[in-house]
Design a protein around this ligand. Structure first.
Ligand code: SAM
Length: 288
């Protein structure tokens, strides 16, 4: 049906299931049923979804390679009153999926078109929600580069990121990526790997990166399917760990054999970036 009451049609951004069709929302179904046409990342995949729900609708292909040239054409159509839904292959459109260009252009130049989100599944948020890692602050990184040097550079930038980090990874690069994480973020960095969420072979497993690599290598089938990594953020070593660090103690005591306590503390504090006052208290407490 063409919308005759208002000038422009609406652009609905509709989330679809990430594996299990039962996760589709009632509003998503109502919307897909009522729009004039659907912009789909892959018309074949969306066709299957529509068939499952017995929805017959005109589909247009809208993906990362034609986004640039097609965004304007579709917006012109919507402007004329055609209600339109934007969907991706799975989950929430624009989250590592096409759609950014059309929404950006719409907000900038087609201000009469109403953009309406129809919320639903998103693999990144689903994985985060079951990870057991802090969710009050997190950052989403999408896919790391398939080029090793770029991937390493990004991981180095993320080394001190204190928020929980969400990464998408493909099966065939997973081990390489985990080795890079181990080398750069450290072997103890805790990671939850969420595989095939909402599907038959769903598997959610957490461990430090070293153990995770060992666990995967025991059975490479574990990495088949769609995968998300939830990486725990950087944690400053608590002071108590510094207290126990034999390296720091040895430096302080060795220096103190030759130098005054004050000088020894100053030098040790500089080497290890520890507060002088803290080192002093530690020295007194342990009655060296
Ligand atoms: N827009 C989608 C969303 O909202 O979930 C994400 C699209 S992105 C191109 C595809 C990546 O998302 C996959 O390579 C995988 O890392 C992750 N992914 C999608 N579905 C998944 C699932 N069921 N289980 C685990 N990861 C999934």
């Amino acid at each position: 049906m063409k919308n005759n009451n208002i000038k422009s049609g609406n652009l609905y951004v509709v989330a679809t299931p990430i594996g299990n069709y039962d996760d589709i929302s009632k509003r998503a179904l109502i919307t897909l049923n009522k729009v004039n046409f659907i912009l789909a990342e892959d018309t074949r995949k969306t066709g299957l979804l529509l068939k499952h729900f017995n929805i017959k609708k005109k589909l247009y292909s809208y993906h990362e390679y034609n986004e640039k040239q097609k965004a304007k054409n579709f917006l012109e159509k919507i402007k004329k009153g055609y209600n339109t839904a934007l969907v991706s292959d799975s989950g929430t459109p624009l989250i590592n999926d096409p759609g950014y260009r059309i929404i950006k252009l719409c907000r900038k130049k087609y201000i009469n078109i109403k953009i309406i989100p129809i919320p639903g599944p998103c693999s990144a948020i689903s994985a985060l929600s079951v990870s057991g890692l802090p969710t009050n602050r997190f950052c989403y990184e999408g896919f790391l580069s398939y080029k090793k040097n770029k991937r390493i550079k990004r991981l180095q930038e993320l080394k001190l990121e204190y928020r929980t980090i969400i990464i998408y990874e493909s099966t065939h690069r997973l081990l390489k990526c985990l080795y890079d994480i181990k080398n750069i973020l450290g072997k103890n960095r805790y990671i939850v790997i969420a595989k095939e969420l909402t599907k038959k072979w769903e598997n959610i497993h957490g461990n430090n990166v070293s153990n995770l690599i060992k666990w995967i290598k025991l059975d490479l089938n574990k990495i088949k399917g769609e995968i998300i990594l939830i990486i725990s953020g950087y944690k400053k070593l608590p002071k108590t760990n510094l207290e126990l660090s034999p390296k720091v103690i040895k430096t302080l005591l060795d220096l103190n054999k030759e130098l005054s306590l004050k000088k020894s503390i100053n030098i040790t504090a500089n080497i290890y970036s520890i507060k002088r006052n803290f080192l002093y208290k530690f020295y007194i407490k342990n009655k060296y």
